[in-house]
Design a protein around this ligand. Structure first.
Ligand code: 3HC
Ligand code: NAI
Length: 682
């Protein structure tokens, strides 16, 4: 009937099965198949009711995102839904895996929904800078109520089968493995009413009385999470329309808002990021037989800021971790911090006390490196010092079992040099986590000159297992992320000397969409990281602040002054240090406008990105963007630095760099001259 949609009859029940791997997305083929399948089943006099089910790992996971922005083809999803709702025979959706976006919207156009408990149902369009464009914002609140619908459309987070049952989103749960049989039995019931979700007005009418307060409160409570994004507000407006307008008008409003978002740059950026994230996981030239090695136990060396956070990732994934320190005190402190983090999570109700104990039970603290002899993967997170790292890897070489992966969490150091301190450089790799390591999604995987492909494949698979987004970097100072960051830091410092103040630079970057500006970040991290009074040369503003006893948030004084609640105000002491330093250097301070601040902070990063690409340190421009989105809080609605540069226009970026006295990277100069782009997205 259709290559992707199959129709069979079982007695008087028609079963329509979508089989379009990998995720049964609603491509033109699938929509055509659904249109034809429903028409045939409705026309068949032997059929009394229809079950819609999917083959493979999931129910429909949404519209086919790869079709967005292209000329429309095939049957319209809206028409298919109208035909389904108008069907004189009841249609039952049978849901397993993920019913997401357009997938859930198809299920909402059915008369009934049956799901297995493990199913996940949601409207994640907001994560693509969109809103549900096939009636989701109008039908969902009619089933689950306005507050729950608001949560679902603005967070994009799906709910499980049981919760869906309790909210009225599904009508019945099927035992796992018995979905089809249960859905058929449901459809076969006599006297099933033809319920159209569009007519179920009770819940939206109930919200009418206090709608104004409800929406105002919701906007206020979520303002911080939604800052800068266009899509969450558009989603809220559509739910408001569901409350205030008749169904047909609400649907028209949703359509208009959907098209507006779809044509905007934010959604384009977020859709680009969706595919970039998946692409980053693919390694050019990796042979097919490079299968990941088993990783069932992990060793971590160093229980400081990073070691503890890294350990939590593996404990969360249920893997036993042995953590090593040199002194009992440091070990105890590290373990206590891990416990405290878990207990804080439990106190917020996001994990049970039993979960805390289960994770802690997987952790073995030790002072003996020898205890890592059986670990499949060992991650070193000791001080950022080449001699210490070499000594640790030299010892590991003797202790670790053959084939164990030996990883370093170094931020800047040469992974090849570290590898050379072992007799097995093929087993050595960089696994660069970001602080806080249990929270930040990025894992920069640093591929050494001699790193074995299987070791690389294992690192990528492990990243996925612990919920990280991995991007591969070659060996260079600071890898992709920190190498680019240092350019931004240099400019931020220079801007202070030339006339800007910390709060101005921070505001410009915050308004751009970063969670915080560079000076707020320095104060938070601690100004004295990597600084010591003995070696300070007084050569930077930071040196001068540290010499004056300013350490950042930890002692209440840094680029800003902080009160007990960590509220910040400009620091007269820091300002004087900046002014004096500028005077000492003979710099005449001037007014600097916001555009110059933004361009000088971001353009040099892009220039460095072009060098990184040309040197082959990143496989592709989109990997650089993933590093910045997941490691440094680059606003995803701006697609990452390389995507953003493409949309600024590379000629403009190159001209700006020249104006500010930078040498334009050859790749950037070439693309700018040709009218080309880094990402192919313009
Ligand atoms: N369209 C096109 N391709 C899709 C897709 C979609 N909606 N969802 C996933 N894919 C592709 C991925 O790009 C990937 O391709 P690759 O193997 O070539 O890299 C493949 O399917 C498998 O995806 P994942 O690697 O992400 O597989 P997981 O098992 O980890 O996750 C998933 C599966 C939970 C379904 C996840 O892919 C996902 O969240 N997909 C997006 C869901 C979504 O956003 N749906 C809404 C779309 S917008 C919409 O429906 C508009 C409507 O309102 C009109
Ligand atoms: P830290 O100083 O908080 O922790 C390092 C720990 O290693 C200390 O507890 C120390 O006692 C222990 N240690 C030192 N030598 C050891 C040895 N021989 N055996 C066992 N333990 C030993 O440092 P942090 O911040 O955790 O950094 C660790 C590594 O992670 C560094 O290479 C750093 O560059 C890198 N990194 C740091 C980030 C950050 O934001 N702090 C981000 C990403 C990477």
């Amino acid at each position: 009937m259709s290559p992707t949609v199959d129709l069979t009859n079982d007695g008087d029940i028609a079963v329509l099965t979508i089989d379009s791997p990998p995720v049964n997305a609603l491509s033109a083929d699938v929509r055509d198949g659904l249109a034809a399948g429903f028409a045939a089943a409705i026309a068949d006099p032997l059929v009394r009711a229809i079950v819609l089910i999917c083959a493979g790992r999931t129910f429909i996971a949404g519209a086919d995102i790869s079709e967005f922005g292209k000329p429309p083809r095939g049957a319209s999803l809206h028409q298919v839904q109208l035909d389904m709702e108008a069907s004189p025979k009841p249609i039952v959706a049978a849901i397993h895996g993920t019913a997401l976006g357009g997938g859930l919207e198809v299920a909402l156009a059915c008369h009934y929904r049956v799901a297995v408990p493990s199913a996940k149902l949601g409207l994640p369009e907001v994560k693509l800078g969109l809103l549900p464009g096939a009636g989701g914002t109008q039908r969902l609140p009619r089933l689950v109520g306005v507050e729950q619908a608001l949560k679902m459309v603005t967070s994009g987070v799906p709910i499980g089968g049981k919760a869906a049952l309790s909210f009225g989103l599904v009508d019945e749960l099927a035992p796992e493995g018995e979905l089809l049989a249960t859905a058929k039995a449901f459809a076969g019931r006599s006297g099933l009413a033809l319920i159209q979700v569009r007519d179920r007005n009770e819940k939206v009418e109930a919200a009418h009385a206090n709608a104004v307060t409800l929406f105002a409160d919701f906007r206020k409570a979520n303002a911080r999470a939604m800052r800068g994004f266009e899509a969450p507000e558009a989603n809220i407006k559509c739910i408001e329309a569901a409350v205030n307008l008749p169904f047909a008008d609400g649907l028209a409003f949703e359509r208009e808002q959907f098209m507006h978002l779809m044509n905007g740059l934010q959604s384009k950026a977020q859709r680009y990021a969706f595919f970039a994230e998946r692409m980053a996981n693919k390694i050019d030239g990796l042979p097919a037989d490079a299968k990941p090695l088993p990783v069932e136990s992990v060793g971590i060396i160093g229980a400081g800021t990073m070691g503890g956070g890294i350990a939590m990732n593996f404990l969360n994934a249920g893997l036993p971790v042995t953590i090593v320190e040199t002194k009992q005190e440091a070990l105890d402190r590290g373990v206590a911090t891990i416990r405290k983090n878990y207990e804080n999570t439990a106190a917020k109700g996001r994990m049970t006390a039993a979960d805390v104990e289960a994770r802690m039970a997987l952790l073995t603290p030790t002072l003996s490196l020898e205890d890592l002899g059986q670990a499949d993967m060992i991650i070193e997170a000791v001080f950022e010092n080449m001699d210490i790292k070499k000594e640790v890897f030299g010892k590991l070489d003797r202790i670790a079992k053959p084939g164990a992966i030996l990883a370093s969490n170094t931020s800047y150091l040469n992974v090849d040099e570290i590898a050379a301190s072992t007799s097995r450089p093929e087993s050595v790799i960089g696994l660069h986590f970001f602080s806080p390591a249990n929270v930040m999604r990025l894992l920069e995987v640093v591929r050494g000159a001699r790193t074995d492909v299987q070791v690389l494949a294992t690192a990528m698979a492990t990243a996925k297992r612990i919920g990280k987004v991995a991007a591969v970097s070659g060996v260079c100072h600071g890898f992709i992320g920190n190498r680019m960051l240092s350019l931004r830091q240099q400019q931020a410092q220079a801007l202070l000397l030339e006339g800007a103040l910390p709060e101005q630079v921070d505001r410009v970057l915050y308004d751009f969409g970063f969670p915080m500006g560079p000076f707020q970040m320095s104060d938070l991290a601690g100004l004295d990281i990597g600084w010591s009074a003995d070696t300070s040369k007084g050569a930077t503003i930071r040196d001068r602040l540290c010499e004056a006893g300013l350490r950042g948030q930890k002692n209440g004084h840094g680029f800003y002054d902080y009160d007990a609640q960590r509220n910040r105000v400009p620091s007269p002491v820091a300002e004087k240090i900046i002014f004096d330093f500028a005077a000492e250097k003979g710099i005449q301070r001037r007014d600097i406008d916001d555009t110059e601040i933004l361009e000088r902070c971001l353009y040099p990063m892009i220039n460095e990105g072009a060098l990184i690409l040309a040197e082959g340190m990143a496989q592709r421009a989109s990997d650089i963007d993933i590093v910045w989105i997941y490691g440094y809080g680059w606003p995803v609605y701006r697609g990452g630095p390389m995507f953003w540069a493409d949309h600024q226009g590379l000629a403009k970026v190159a001209a700006g760099l020249t104006r500010y006295g930078f040498e334009v990277a050859p790749l950037l100069a070439k693309l700018a001259a040709e009218g080309g782009s880094f990402t192919g997205q313009v």
